[in-house]
Design a protein around this ligand. Sequence first.
Ligand code: NAD
Length: 276
Amino acid sequence: MSDVRGQLAVITGAASGIGLALAVEASRRGMNLLLADFNDTALQAVVSSLARPGQQVRTCPVDVSNEENMQLLAKIAEEEFAEVNLLFNNAGICPMGMTWDMKGDDWRRTLDVNLMGVVNGINAFLPMMMKQKGPARIVNTGSIAGLSSNPGGIIYGVSKHAVVALSEGLYMDLQAAQSTVAVSVVCPGFVNTNLGISSADKGDIPESVQQGREALKKTLAQGLSPEELAERVFSAIGDQQFWIFPQPEALGGFDLRVRSIQGRTAPEYIPLLDAQ
Ligand code: NAD
């Protein structure tokens, strides 16, 4: 899948950060684009920069947590493009704060977007991808936080552990069914995006939430550029990789976790939010 010219990439969360950079990279490689985001105003603002002669760019306002929205997106893909070659289930949010400051609504919204958004993408698109003749790959955005745990943002970590497990299970099911649909899970470390500022504020914000957000913003600002990340992701897709680690140096926390499990020692972590 290294020559993707003329193929279709569907990208959720395409108005900002990693999703936008994936769209730019896909466009640079000659792909047609079907771009979805909750924030349609932001999506419209970036779309003109993505259009290249001879390539189609279509947008659709979508909340990935809404099953019907994702079914509609898949219908557009089927009717206007016929095949989906790369599906990036990428949209996500990252609430911060200590476990005891997290309300039921915080858990539900994050799992609805980060986990059910991926499930909805798979359910909406996989049937057509399993039937089509051309190459097909589902690329889920997990995180290094899906392989190790850190204090102060556990809802996000739980949602990303689930995305990693879901991706592994999907890969195995497709193998068992001898399907030609491929799967990848991208596990970035820190990337310089708007993830730290895109969470909606509701009512009084607990101190741990405020501190966590500030720390996340500072840490993300020191992260990899989304453009470099997107280039590494496409290169890994070209190599047919399931596990995509754009920053393999960020796997130290995972190694520590495995050692703690194997040695039956208490959980340890490498402080990620050291920009506080
Ligand atoms: P970002 O905030 O810059 O972009 C996320 C985009 O998703 C935004 O355009 C937002 O409007 C959209 N979005 C949010 N909720 C949505 C919904 N319900 N439906 C549709 N669109 C929605 O953040 P980002 O860093 O580019 O995040 C993209 C993905 O990368 C997320 O899944 C995130 O968890 C993951 N990730 C980011 C980092 C990082 O350091 N930035 C690291 C690991 C993983």
